[in-house]
Design a protein around this ligand. Structure first.
Ligand SMILES: Nc1ncnc2c1ncn2[C@@H]1O[C@H](COP(=O)(O)OP(=O)(O)OP(=O)(O)O)[C@@H](O)[C@H]1O
Length: 326
């Protein structure tokens, strides 16, 4: 069952030098309780898509088409793009929470982490007593691996990993159904990063929230995601289970991305990467935007824009795997 349904969503950035089509006709489902990883080179539109869903876009960004529907367990649904200011504030904490790249920016530097959790609870759960709030803050911090006495610490007194954990605890405060994590751990060392993400997977099993996870680290993404959506030039070009994408990528771009990253397990392979660079989003090449960089392109690829059919948007590979990459 889906918790979020994105349909034909497009986002432009309006600038003096031309309109940047950052997200172009994206349709994507988030299933209840899953971890969905968004992958793609820098500039492919991952953050713009996530920010559109969380209603965090600011001018010059403009949503030019599409819909985002949030589905509650009781069968009711919310038209996310139509939410007014006050309903949006409630939606963002109670139903969807965001953990940003830099926990330092998300945390208030002049307030202790305990007080910040308390603030969220006080504003959004008016009937909750002071002692219940304190208890809940300690419990949330404990869940993310922070001891109770640390609730009196200010963000600058915590390590990067601890700050990230505190940001996650705050995001969990109201038991949201969806957590969006945009590069939540890149500033941390690899071991801390993996630890935190594995804990998020465990927390998810307990609390049942779904996660949209964005990172440049493809091997980490494979490790913690149930499903993956690959973006190129503002479009989703392939979706599938992490396993299927890892074993048999179907889009040539996915194959290139996988070859660009060292494998976590198994024999070392040459890192082939992808030739060339991503296109200018103000003036996309006709047809498939990837065709100028694609070693498998045929003449048709430069004139026909492939639809996302059978989980892959490629004229050549509608139904079959390109090769077994396992
Ligand atoms: N404020 C802005 N004004 C104009 N263009 C923007 C703005 N913000 C982002 N863009 C452009 O939109 C496109 C998509 O950016 P976005 O940050 O969504 O990509 P991304 O895949 O998340 O990249 P990264 O992995 O580097 O975060 C890029 O071409 C970027 O230059």
């Amino acid at each position: 069952m889906n918790v979020l349904e994105i349909r034909d969503l497009s986002v432009d950035y309006l600038s003096g030098s031309g309109t940047v089509h950052a997200v172009a006709g994206v349709s994507l489902d988030l299933r209840r309780g899953e971890v969905l990883g968004l992958a793609g080179e820098s500039g492919s539109g991952k953050s713009t898509l996530a920010n559109a869903v969380a209603r965090l876009l600011r001018p010059p960004a403009a949503i030019t088409s599409g819909s985002v529907v949030y589905r509650r367990q009781d069968g009711s649904s919310v038209d996310v793009l139509a939410l007014g200011k006050s309903r949006l504030r409630a939606f963002r904490w109670k139903e969807l929470a965001v953990v940003f790249q830099s926990a330092m920016n998300a945390l208030n530097p002049v307030s202790t982490v305990g007080a910040q959790i308390d603030d969220v609870l006080r504003v959004h759960v008016p009937g909750m007593s002071r002692s219940d709030r304190a208890e809940r803050a300690v419990e949330l911090l404990r869940r993310v691996g922070i001891s109770a006495d640390r609730r009196r610490s200010y963000p600058h007194e915590l390590s990067g990993g601890m700050r990230q954990r505190a940001a996650i605890a705050i995001a969990l405060a109201l038991n949201p159904e969806i957590i969006i994590m945009d590069e939540p751990t890149t500033a941390l060392d690899v071991v801390v990063q993996r630890d935190i993400l594995h804990e998020i997977r465990e927390l998810r099993q307990e609390y049942g929230f779904a996660v949209v996870f964005i990172t440049h680290d493809l091997s980490l993404l494979m490790e913690i995601s149930d499903r993956i959506a690959i973006m190129y030039a503002g479009r989703v070009v392939e979706t599938g289970s992490a396993k299927a994408i890892h074993r048999s990528p179907r889009h040539p771009y996915t194959l290139g991305l996988l070859r660009s990253f060292p494998r976590l397990h198994g024999p070392r392979e040459e890192l082939l990467g992808i030739p060339g660079s991503p296109p200018d989003l103000r003036a996309l090449p006709p047809g498939c935007a990837f065709h100028p960089r694609c070693g498998m392109a045929v003449a048709e690829c430069s004139s026909v824009l492939p639809e996302l059919e059978g989980d892959v948007a490629c004229l050549l590979n509608g139904g079959r795997g390109l090769e077994d990459a396992s």
